[in-house]
Write a protein that binds this ligand. Structure first.
Ligand SMILES: C[S@@+](CC[C@H](N)C(=O)[O-])C[C@H]1O[C@@H](n2cnc3c(N)ncnc32)[C@H](O)[C@@H]1O
Length: 468
């Protein structure tokens, strides 16, 4: 059945709803069909790209009827760039789909009683909401079907984003609505400067080329960090590029570069050289300062991160005499954010540099009631740790998409804190973990928060309290 279905065209399917991971769902002869880049309410012909015994996947090749919920995408790169896949759906509806995802995952996976899910907290800004973007230089620009068919020659150098699932193809970005401030200007000016000065763009197959990657980070206080990654140690070209940026964008507060001669673009193991200004930027929240260095993690939507942390703090409802554990603390942002209202906060995280930042952040904010430890959660949170530290009154946990390791969940059950605030960027794994915690805990509040407009991603905060 499955092989036979591949490439078959299924006609006039009505897109019914959006399921987990933003997939649109239709049915064909009783079987689920997942379709890309459509909206609920569309009526489409679908070419099957993958057929399995329980479901099919496909792409819409003809749209007979457009959903009334569609809106015009505002970005010229929509549909090619993988960045904002939901621009064609009204933002209010995006929010309701996200909330529904949370409800579905808790019903399907957690299978525990939950109160009515709170209305999702939407993002006041639905454009220019990110504080960090990562662009790639390539000599292999993605060409559209029309460009290829025209038979003309085109500039093949590009500076932009990876085409989804294509590591070697880059869509050249003229304007990106994700990051404001100097972001678009820096990217476009640097591309123009490189092209007019014959500075080479990276070849991902041959692993040669001077310009490799550009990271731009901004803060709500107006600071900005620009990091250029070079693929060759060409001192003259490096000097030329960095001097251009320094002169053209003197408002940049941290102008940095990296000479990266290894196979991938990740920077965690690379030396970062300060060309001009400081080697960090600082974000501010309620008067607290958060130092962000080139390798630090910081939530990418600062305004919504603030809302998220407020929700977590509200749920924790601290009176001043509690011991709080902040698990998966990153650079200690939540730990430091709640510290003034707690007796002590203990943060754990496995990236050592992040723990160094977490301690610096406590120090520059005059907080002396925080303790931070680096290590894998499942090894750190053991009997020994419990013996050495006061038992927690509140546990705040914010794991990565994979959720918590089962050993960690079991340890949480042993720690027996009266309250757990579970922050998650993946309601499916959160629901799985909550099902295990249900042995001792009940779900009191479920609060989704939108951090990433125009994407299917949803953040969700759950308050768990001990069953009486
Ligand atoms: C979603 S982030 C949370 C960051 C932080 N709460 C914040 O808001 O900035 C998850 C964090 O968990 C860390 N992490 C992932 N797996 C881990 C593990 N096994 N043990 C400890 N920390 C881990 C990651 O490095 C990351 O900093």
């Amino acid at each position: 059945m499955s092989r036979k279905m591949k490439n078959k065209v299924l006609e006039n399917l009505t897109i019914e709803r959006i399921a987990s991971e933003g997939k649109s769902v239709a049915h064909y002869e009783g079987k689920v069909v997942f379709v890309q880049n459509v909206a609920p309410g569309d009526v489409v012909d679908v070419r099957v790209t993958r057929g399995k015994s329980s479901f099919m996947e496909g792409e819409a090749i003809k749209i007979h009827e457009y959903s009334k919920d569609r809106v015009d995408p505002f970005c010229q790169h929509f549909g090619v760039c993988g960045g904002c896949k939901w621009q064609h759906i009204d933002y209010k509806l995006q929010l309701s789909y996200k909330r529904q995802q949370v409800i579905d995952q808790f019903q399907r996976i957690a299978k525990v009683a939950i109160p009515e899910v709170m209305p999702i907290i939407g993002s006041a800004d639905t454009q220019y909401y990110r504080n960090k973007l990562d662009f790639t230089f390539s000599n292999n620009r993605w060409l559209t079907r029309e460009e290829i068919d025209s038979g003309k020659d085109f500039e093949r150098n590009a500076l932009g984003f990876h085409i989804p699932k294509r590591f070697d193809k880059i869509v050249d970005i003229e304007h990106c609505y994700l990051q404001g401030n100097i972001s678009n200007d820096v990217r476009n000016s640097l591309r123009e400067f490189a092209l007019s000065n014959g500075i080479t763009f990276f070849d991902m197959i041959k692993q040669v080329g001077v310009l490799r990657n550009l990271i731009i980070r901004t803060t709500s206080t107006g600071e900005s960090m620009v990091i250029v990654q070079f693929g060759e140690d060409d001192k003259e070209a490096i000097e030329k590029v960095m001097d251009f940026l320094k002169t053209k964008f003197p408002e940049t507060t941290a102008l940095l570069y990296i000479v990266n001669l290894k196979k991938n673009e990740t920077i965690h193991d690379q030396e970062v050289i300060t060309y001009y200004g400081k080697d960090y930027i600082e974000e501010e929240m309620e008067g607290l300062k958060f130092r962000i260095n080139p390798k630090s993690f910081y939530q990418t939507n600062s305004d919504q991160a603030y809302r998220l942390y407020q929700v977590a703090r509200e749920f924790a409802d601290l009176q001043g005499d509690e011991v709080v554990y902040d698990l998966y603390t990153g650079t200690g942002t939540i730990a430091n954010f709640v510290a003034k209202k707690a007796k002590q906060v203990v943060g754990i995280e496995y990236v050592e540099e992040a723990i160094v930042d977490a301690r610096i952040n406590s120090k520059i904010n005059g907080l002396d009631n925080t303790l931070f430890y680096a290590g894998d959660m499942k090894d750190m949170l053991n009997e020994d740790f419990m013996a050495k530290h006061a038992a927690p009154d509140v546990i705040i946990t914010d794991p990565p998409r994979a959720g918590m390791h089962e050993d960690v969940v079991n340890m949480l059950l042993k720690l027996n804190a009266p309250k757990i605030v579970y922050v998650s960027c993946n309601p499916a794994t959160q629901a799985r973990d909550v099902a295990l915690l249900a042995e001792k805990y009940q779900v009191d509040i479920v609060q989704p928060v939108d951090m990433f407009p125009h994407t299917y991603h949803v953040e969700n905060v759950v308050l768990l309290t001990k069953k009486s």
